[in-house]
Design a protein around this ligand. Sequence first.
Ligand SMILES: *Cc1c(COP(=O)(O)O)cnc(C)c1O
Length: 435
Amino acid sequence: MHLYGTQTIEANGHLVIGGVDTVELGEKYGTPLFVYDVALFRKRARGFIDTFAKQGIRAQVAYASKAFSAKAIYQVAAQEGLSVDVVSGGELYTALQAGFPSEKIHFHGNNKSVQELNEALDAKIGCIVIDNFYEIEQLKRLTTERQQKMNVLIRVTPGVEAHTHDFITTGQADSKFGFDLSNGQADEAFRALYEHEWLQLQGMHCHIGSQIFETEAFSLAAKKVVDKMANWKKETGFEATVLNLGGGFGIRYTDEDAPLEPATYVDDMIQAVKKEAEQFGIALPEIWIEPGRSLVGDAGTTLYTVGSHKTVPNVREYIAIDGGMSDNIRPALYEAKYEAILANRANDLATTTYTVAGKLCESGDKIIEEIQLPQAVAGDLLATFCTGAYGYSMASNYNRIGRPAVVFVENGKHQIVVKRESYEDLVKLDDMLNW
Ligand SMILES: *Cc1c(COP(=O)(O)O)cnc(C)c1O
C-alpha cells in the first residue's frame, strides 16, 4: 500500500490524513467527500519554488488552477507565494473573490470571450497568454479603447510530443492551442505584437502535455523556443524577459508511474534554458512553470461509502460506491488508473479482487477496474488516492447527483471549503415553463 503526504494507518485500521481520522470525516460530513492534505500541497509548492530560489533563478511558479479551483486553494496558493493560471472568467472570478493578488494571475485559453478579456483588463491581471490571431485583434482593440497596458506572452506549439496519453497531449503541431513555431505563424504573431503601444510582449509560452515523466521533452521545447527568441532578437533587437515552459509534471497514481522530484524537473529545465540562452546569445529570461496536477493531485483523496455488490460468477466481483464518474470522470475519459483501500479496515488482509463501479447510468462508470481489497461489506469506507487534480474540477451533475463536499485537513484541523450540493442547489437554476 502506497501512502501519500501525511497519510498514516492507525492500529485500528483507520486512514488518517493531516492528523484527522477519515472515518470521522466520513461520518461528520458524509460521502463522497474530497479530502485535501494541505501540508502536502504546500510541500509540493515549495519543492518547485525553492529549487528556483536555490539556483538564484528569477521564476514564477503558477498553479494551473483548472486542476482544482476553489476559493480555499487560491488562499493557500497565495500563502505559498505561487502565481496562478486561470482559463475562464469563472476561475478568474473565484481567484479574485479569494483575494488572490491579481498581478500574479495569468489568463490562458484558446477562445477567451471579449467579456473575459475585459474582466482580465478590469482586474489588471499579471499577464494574458495570447493563443491566436483573433485574440490579438480583440486585445489590440480593447487595450487601445481603454488606453490600458497589458503584459502578454505568445503561446507557441513547439512540436514536441511528450510521452503521455494521446488525448492529453497538446504540444504537437496539429493542436487547437497556440501558434505553430515552425510554419511561420509564431513569427507573424510576434510581428503583430512586439511594438504595440498597449500590449507589452514579455516572451513566450509553451505547454507540451501532461503526466510527463522525463525531462528531455521540456529541454527540447526550451531549446526550440529559445532558438526562436534569439531569431527575433537578431531581427528586431527584441529581448524576451519571460520563458514559460508550462506544466505537465507527472505524478504517481499507481505502481506503473515513476514520477521525478519537482527539483529534478526544475533543475534540468534551468540547465537547458541556461545552455541555450548562452549558446544563442540572449539574456537569461525569467523561467515560469505551471504545475497543476503535480501540486494538487496526490494531496486529494476521495472517500466513498460501499453499497451494493454484484457477483458475475467466474468473471468479476463488483462493489458499487456512492459516487463515480460524476466526481471522477478520468477513468471513463482517459482509462486513468487509481489505487484504493478500505479506509476503515486498512489493516485487514486484501483477499478479494474487485471492480469498483460508480452509481451512474453508464456501463463505463467504473473508478477502478481491478483492485485487491479486504472482503468489502456495505457501509465500508473506500478511499481512492490521488484524486486531487481534475476530479472535483471535472465533476458534473449527471443523473442529477449533487457534487461532493470538499474538506481541507492540516495539523489535526478540518474544515469544509466547498459544501455538498443539495437537492435545492440542483433545481436552483431551473424555472417552470409558464405556458
Ligand atoms: C493544463 C495546463 C497546465 C497544467 O497541466 P498539469 O498536467 O496539470 O500540470 C499548465 N499549463 C497549461 C497551459 C495547461 O493547459
